[in-house]
Design a protein. Sequence first.
Length: 248
Amino acid sequence: MKGTQSLERALDILFALGDDGETQTIAEIAQRISIPESSVYRLIQTLERNGLVERKGQGQIGLGLRILELAKSLNSQVRNRLKSSAAPLMEQLSEETKETVVLFVRTGTNVICVKSVAGQHLVRFVVEDGKTFPIQNGASGKAILAFETSKIINQVIHTIETDLVDDFLEELQVIREKGFSETSSEVDPGIIGIAAPIFDQANHVIASVTVAGPGDRIKDEKLSAIVPHVIKTAKRISSSLSFSTTLS
């Protein structure tokens, strides 16, 4: 195989292994990407020497530690770019609403706060950077989960009581249709959250931006007024990420 073709086939192997998150045999990989087993075998040897794949026993092939290190580095770069792009827009959103604004990203089946801007009231919602919550609890996580892959959604469903699954899936569908999530007292008693998803250049959901504060203050007309500001901010952050990626 020519150099470019070999590179494309090697990438196909990595994508095939990464899509399922499970080990596969050489025969299974060959069938999946439609190339001869002999070609897969030679490419696996090269990838293995570079730590990108590993043999897991019984003829099983999986992603190697090197690819996980690269993924971790890429994830760190994306988060740094996300925080840099979001910071001024979050400040503006906090000024518009007078409430706390938080930025969350998914980590497994949880969400983690990577940046927050405190509200301007004496009584306000506070969340520390690094704080994690189950993704199915609260507006921030649901705004992300609603636009995630079916694989991630199914992982979360397994943690929910069976008789609540249908209502939960219906709630996610409503979030997809409206473009934002709104919850009350799901994470902290008396706190209302309004969150909208943030997408990367490939239109994959990568984060959410949330306005949160006491429910006795965020209600009725004020709640309705906050929603468009949150959606607008999420779209502007998404656009800024696409623009910065194009420039780089």
